[in-house]
Design a protein around this ligand. Structure first.
Ligand code: SF4
Length: 477
């Protein structure tokens, strides 16, 4: 049965509206004044881009929103989207000292959003590239967060940066692949525009290896940055997977990022296979787009799920269901999906998943969404350049300081290197790669952001940009 949209325009828009309303000016003022403006602030150490958090909060308290946004964007050019998508409870907010006093942590993400929204909505360009240019040119393959972080830093250091993106719009996952109610694509596209105004050139609809070759790039540019992300979702490997109502989570999410929400075809009874953060995005959005039931099936237990606890709680609040210790055996249906056959699983002594013989059962559904992790793009990378070194997990190997790959002049960052982490990690890695190229071009080392201590600014220590500390999530070790 062909899937149909389930909701009218008004209801779809209401259900998918941003989950956290923005702070009012007064709320931001009150919240900013709760901050202790700590020296050695642990929130900075927990931020992978090392944003001077007490510094930007102090500026909000002083009613200097533009200055506040400048502090944020100097450290993290995607500060607006990161304010919405960062798992702040395991990053800055999870490290806030107020938690030690049994108080709520400062709403750092919300304050960051308040400041960055101010400059983006009012079209205030707070960063400016130097007028004197170095003459060095870098090509960046892929238009996602890692390339954005790298390209912005390159132009701020005086170099030229050209991003090649095969999709019609840049921004990568931020534009196409994050839950709509967390990050509407508008926010990502506004950031892309801001980065273009900084001087970054973006060529969309260009596929490297097809429209342009690596040899052409290597001839025309002084260095290349690979920000290619991850590939397709892993296959389920079960019969029936080729039925038309079986789709990948990112494909489903992309559907309503490129066409109106109320035109999104969705099943009445949706099953999502997998239990990471993308699986949660898919199941909650299926529910919010009108599915009567939306269920996650996961081969391990609740305690093993890769999704953050707050994402899990959100999905339960949305009315989504969870089936743990089950694995798909077959997608049922003749010509269209009518159900999913599952088998119960258990963990062996060494933690492997094994099916329990004779425990198969079926659940009815009319749509199956695969969210069981993404494949690495090793074939694509090696087709671009066979000399690139990959590790045993098929991640690109890079020098930890300069982010140069095993091939001179080729740098990399983001999911293709780290295997799939947060947007903020991708931005930081891209920025480090830009500094690695700058060192190669000029011999100069760029430092910072530096975190000042109570010993004074003469003894700065490295910020979270150098060595971010990750806070344990409540309920998880
Ligand atoms: Fe403010 Fe909390 Fe950071 Fe201290 S740890 S500076 S109180 S946000």
């Amino acid at each position: 049965m062909k899937l149909k949209p389930q909701l009218d325009e008004f209801t779809a828009a209401k259900n998918m509206a941003e989950i956290e309303p923005p702070l009012t000016g007064q709320q931001a003022q009150v919240e900013s004044e709760r901050c202790l403006y700590c020296f050695d602030a642990p929130c900075i150490t927990a931020c992978p881009t090392g944003i001077d958090i007490p510094g930007f909060i102090k500026k909000i308290a002083n009613d200097n929103l533009t200055g506040s946004a400048k502090t944020i964007l100097e450290a993290n050019i995607l500060g607006s989207s990161c304010a919405r998508v960062c798992p702040t409870s395991v990053l800055c907010e999870g490290a806030c000292v107020l938690l030690d006093r049994d108080e709520m942590p400062i709403k750092i993400g919300q304050l960051q959003r308040h400041a960055t929204d101010h400059v983006i909505e009012n079209d205030i360009q707070v960063l400016k590239a130097p007028e004197v240019r170095s003459g060095k040119k870098v090509a960046l393959i892929g238009g996602g967060p890692a390339s954005m972080g790298c390209a912005a830093e390159l132009v701020l250091l005086g170099h030229e940066a050209v991003i090649y993106e095969k999709s019609p719009e840049a921004g990568g996952l931020n534009t196409y692949g994050i839950a709509y109610y967390k990050l509407p694509p508008r926010v990502s596209l506004e950031e892309v525009e801001m980065i273009q105004k900084l001087g970054v050139q973006i060529e969309c609809g260009v596929e490297i290896g097809k429209d342009l070759s690596m040899d052409e790039l290597r001839a025309d540019f002084d260095a290349i940055f690979l920000g290619v992300g991850l590939g397709n979702t892993r296959s389920l490997g079960v019969p029936g997977e080729d039925l038309p109502e079986v789709t990948e989570a990112l494909t489903f999410i992309e559907t309503f990022h490129v066409s109106p929400l109320h035109e999104t075809p969705v099943g009445r009874h949706v099953v999502v296979v997998g239990c990471g953060n993308t699986a949660i995005d898919a199941v909650t959005q299926a529910k919010r787009l009108g599915a009567e039931t939306a269920t996650i099936v996961y081969r391990r237990g609740e305690e093993d799920m890769p999704a953050y606890r707050f994402e899990y709680e959100l999905a339960k609040k949305d009315g989504c269901s969870f089936l743990f210790h089950v694995a798909p055996v077959k997608v049922l249906g003749e010509g269209s999906v009518s159900g999913l056959r599952l088998i119960r699983t258990q963990l062996t002594a060494d933690g492997a998943v094994e099916p329990i013989t004779g425990s198969e059962f079926e659940i009815p559904c009319d749509m199956v969404i695969k969210a069981s992790g993404q494949e690495k793009r090793s074939n694509f990378l090696q087709s671009l350049c066979p000399d690139l070194s990959l590790d045993r997990a098929s991640r690109l190997e890079v020098d930890p300081m300069t982010r140069q790959t095993s091939v001179a002049g080729i740098y990399a960052g983001g999911d293709a290197v780290n295997g799939g982490r947060e947007v903020v990690n991708a931005v930081a890695e891209g920025k480090k790669a830009a500094r690695g190229m700058h060192l190669e071009f000029t011999g100069e080392t760029v430092e910072g952001p530096l975190q000042h201590t109570r010993m004074g600014s003469s003894r700065p220590i490295g910020s979270g940009f150098d060595n971010p500390v990750r806070v344990s999530e409540a309920g998880k070790s």
